[in-house]
Design a protein around this ligand. Structure first.
Ligand code: ADP
Length: 287
């Protein structure tokens, strides 16, 4: 499956991509993440991208396209990919078309995540990323909790940092750039019959379900289900087979357990007789 997630900053492209990666097993390709990695490594590309990123403008198409061409050439993308934050203008969308045509890997869908402007600003101000594993959280809507309390890389609580471009001035510029340069892609992909639109507000899981639905992939529960019977089967195979008596009413099962316990303490003969008797009694009652 080859998809593009389209939406303004803070619409949840990164978060939902990560969730899709877990369910569908195809890589997420985020140009924002690739650029940030280049900046923190101090590469030539990172050095050239940094100024635009810090001010909320788009990085040069030539840099971004070179990066994407290289990434889509890697073998893990053969089974599909989720593009997050790319393309971001019409020139990038045309270039992607040509690239995927040459690779004979056309897009399957483009999903537009719709979120109200005020909600975007609220989300971005609460957004934090783990400096070690890169997972994205939100202090207001989805702080680390439960199984995600600790970082899978360090085993310690996540080390949450705020992205340098998540400050008020840069955010408003990024939203303006989205309206001017990226929003036209909605019509571009609608005309190609690829566009799906989902409401990306509200509960995180609900958004994932909507996303899974428009993509035709199994949602959270449906994916988790097949694993459980498999585990139970394995357990059953390892355990000794139970006698049909195990299917009796709970009362007689409790009784059988008591009898087995007393058999362990006081020898095997007494419970054997008791079992026979009770079986006879229940047969009589039923008949
Ligand atoms: P967000 O979607 O929240 O704005 P991203 O992580 O996608 O954040 O992008 C961060 C910054 O990286 C952008 O503001 C921009 O400067 C740069 N960037 C990311 N993707 C692209 C792209 N496809 N083209 C040009 N610049 C990009």
């Amino acid at each position: 499956m080859r998809i593009v997630l389209l939406g303004p900053p803070g619409s949840g492209k990164g978060t939902q991509s990560q969730r899709l990666v877990e369910r569908v097993g195809i890589p997420q390709i985020s140009t924002g993440d690739l650029l940030r990695a280049a900046v923190s490594k101090g590469t030539e590309l990172g050095r050239r991208a940094k100024e635009a990123m810090d001010s909320g403008r788009l990085v040069d198409d030539s840099l971004v396209l070179g990066m994407i061409r290289e990434r889509l050439g890697e073998p893990d993308t053969r089974k599909g990919f989720i593009l997050d934050g790319f393309p971001r203008n019409l020139a990038q969308a045309h270039a992607l078309d040509h690239l995927l045509e040459a690779l004979k890997q056309p897009l399957d869908a483009v999903v537009q995540l719709e979120v109200d402007y005020g909600e975007l600003v609220r989300r971005i101000s609460g957004r934090r990323t783990c400096a070690d594993c890169g997972r994205v959280f939100n202090l207001l809507t989805s702080p680390p909790s439960g199984a995600n309390l600790r970082c899978p890389v360090t085993g310690e609580p996540h080390r949450l940092v705020q992205r340098p471009d998540d400050n008020e001035a840069t955010v408003s510029e990024r939203l303006r750039v989205y309206d001017e340069k990226t929003r036209p892609l909605i019509d571009f992909y609608r005309a190609r019959g690829l566009l799906r639109v989902i409401d990306a507000e509200g509960d995180l899981d609900a958004v994932t379900r909507r996303l899974a639905q428009v993509l035709g992939v199994p949602a959270l529960r449906a994916v988790a289900k097949p694993k459980r019977p498999a585990r139970r089967k394995a357990k059953r195979a390892a355990a000794p087979r139970k006698r049909p008596a195990a299917r009796k009413k709970p009362a007689s099962r409790a009784k059988a357990t008591r009898q087995r316990a007393s058999a362990r303490k006081g020898g095997a003969r007494r419970p054997k007789v008791a079992r026979k008797k009770s079986a006879k009694r229940s047969r009589t009652r039923r008949g």
